[in-house]
Design a protein around this ligand. Structure first.
Ligand code: CU
Length: 314
């Protein structure tokens, strides 16, 4: 949902630029047209690519295709009304921006994803304002217009900028609470129902569920499973590989009962288990928040190699 909000802002601002270029296409020089198309293609590609990279993390091919597609389209539409050269400039910049954005979204560690989106949006909005200002100067748009006055009043501009980001941040934070809904759109989700659960009751009276997750080089088995809210779970993390692996659950809230084994640690009710090669570690916790949560290996490069999965808490 928070990604959707950012997407809407990016799409709305891009549309304003494209419509502006289209209306004033006769007065825009080729040089300015190229500059505008390049800026828009690159910015939309980067911001859009970053978001699809995060949304479809684990599938770099899909996010790259989608990211470059978004950037290419924005650059194409901004450049087309002015000249072929501007269009080409826009398309190429869009492809480059989309590719880089998708890679950034794929590689960035989950705790910084939301900050990165916010930083990118600040850059996006700032640059689009400069592009609009440049277009307005170029086309001699009514010099006494409201927009012109706003642009020439730094104080007003700063206040408007701050107000915009304050509102955006508040909205973003609120929507982020329903973060798991965006994960539901992931292409990996379809396999959720097809997989068998390696869960067996340890003691049917105590209602403690035992869940075994095995890690090997760059895969979890099972890679998705279900938990029940309020039911204690003994999560056994078995490392059958030749490297160190861990399992970290993103945004999953749990009350921790006990933890054993080497190197386990937990902060703020998050579940994170670490296990050395050939070793098994265990943690008992009670899931307290429903939703679909992603889990992954935090060892650099492992998530990208396929150590990602989903847990559904209901
Ligand atoms: Cu690993």
């Amino acid at each position: 949902m928070s990604i959707l909000l950012t997407g809407i802002i990016v799409a709305a601002l891009s549309l304003i630029v494209i419509v502006f270029v289209f209306i004033k296409r006769k007065e825009i020089t080729c040089m300015t047209g190229m500059m505008v198309a390049m800026a828009l293609g690159m910015l939309v590609g980067l911001t859009g690519g970053l978001q699809v990279g995060i949304l479809y993390s684990g599938n770099l091919f899909f996010s790259t295709v989608l990211g470059t597609g978004i950037g290419l389209l924005a650059g194409f539409l901004a450049g087309l009304p002015v000249s072929i050269m501007a269009m080409m400039d826009g398309v190429l910049s869009g492809i480059m921006g989309g590719m880089m954005g998708a890679m950034l979204g794929e590689m960035i560690s989950p705790e910084y994803q939301h900050s990165m989106i916010r930083v990118m949006l600040v850059i996006f909005v700032g640059m689009i304002l400069i592009v609009l200002y440049m277009l307005q100067q170029e086309t001699g748009f009514n010099r006494l217009s409201f927009m012109n006055k706003v642009f020439h009043n730094p104080l007003l501009l700063a206040v408007a900028f701050l107000l915009f980001f304050y509102t955006y941040n508040r909205l973003y934070h609120e929507l982020d609470q329903n973060n798991h809904t965006s994960i539901k759109n992931s292409p990996m989700n379809y396999s959720m129902t097809n997989h068998k659960l390696s869960v067996s009751p340890l003691n049917s009276n105590a209602k403690l569920r035992k869940v075994v997750i095995e890690a090997t080089e760059f895969a979890y088995f099972p890679k998705d499973f279900k938990l029940t809210i309020g039911q204690p779970v003994a999560l056994i993390f078995k490392n059958s590989g030749e490297m160190e692996h861990d399992i970290a659950f993103e945004n999953m809230k749990a009350s921790l009962l006990q933890q054993s084994g080497h190197g386990n640690h937990s902060k703020n009710q998050t579940v994170h288990i670490h296990s050395l090669p050939g070793k098994t570690a265990e943690m008992t916790f009670i899931p307290i928040k429903s939703g679909v949560f992603r889990f992954y290996c935090t060892v650099p490069g492992h998530k990208e190699s396929g150590m990602v999965g989903f847990v559904e808490v209901s």
